[in-house]
Design a protein around this ligand. Sequence first.
Ligand code: ADP
Length: 334
Amino acid sequence: NPLVAGTSEPDERVLEAALRPKNLHDFVGQQRVREQLSLVLEAARIRERTSDHVLLSGPPGLGKTTLAMIVAAEMNAPLRISSGPAIQHAGDLAAILSSLAEGEVLFLDEIHRMSRPAEEMLYMAMEDFRVDIVVGKGAGATAIPLELPPFTLVGATTRAGLLPGPLRDRFGFTGHLEFYSISELELVLRRSAMLMDLKVNSAGFTEIASRSRGTPRIANRLLRRVRDWALVHRNEHIDATLASRALDMYEVDARGLDRLDRSVLHALCTKFGGGPVGLSTLAIAVGEETETVETVAEPFLVREGLLGRTPRGRIAMPDAWIHLGLTPPEDMPL
Ligand code: ADP
């Protein structure tokens, strides 16, 4: 068991993989998506066909990869994993597609970051299970059609809006993953703690869950940090006090904001007077990629009512000033 100490210490990736639920039943929360997906898969099984292509959208760490693995498991099909950034040429995609087995599930993470020519090849592959391989250059170039075995594409993107319309339209089913509630995160943590053989009381679970940014991956990561703290301090029983001490040390605040979240809010309030300011300007101010700020930090800050999106740019909400211990400007509409 890679999760219990004593065996050779696994790295974090191994731990993360071991904590992944293997079927829809163990997959916590996202009830709507789970029900819809289960229907799509059941119908495919009855028709004895491959399932429709599935698009999953939502911030990182909410379970897109896990769901892709579950789709393959439920369809009893092999799974191939790749990602948009790894597919820079149409040829890269052709190589993957032409080696798929019949019924295989192809998971493409960050599908919005695929190159344009690869994307165009994917349209045809998704629709007709066929690609045109172009041989030669210029006037002498010829397209050789290649039949593909039927497969199911599971695409993942941090925002469905980043995808061009023609690609979005070719998915038979789109599931939007939402941030998890604290009680759902407690369930994720309970399951992980059991697998990791940790003793955590229910106040301890609540403390970790409320600092997890609505995200299972973060919940599991914080649980491991709390476990480390408990281990070093020779404390076998994890409660709320221990969890909050450990997490304060890792700069995760009581509301779950991490360093990037706080620096975005801090820049917004102190450098731009609370906004409105354009997203890319804000990203430069915190030294991050625009896409990271937009897809990683912003959705959570908006949900928490700390940041607002307006046509003129991003603004700090009154709560943001209060949370950072700053005084909001006098004319701030409350
Ligand atoms: P994404 O692909 O959206 O970035 P992942 O599927 O890799 O997210 O999930 C990250 C981690 O969070 C996984 O290791 C998994 O253990 C955990 N996880 C995600 N969603 C759930 C869920 N609904 N129930 C239990 N654990 C989950």
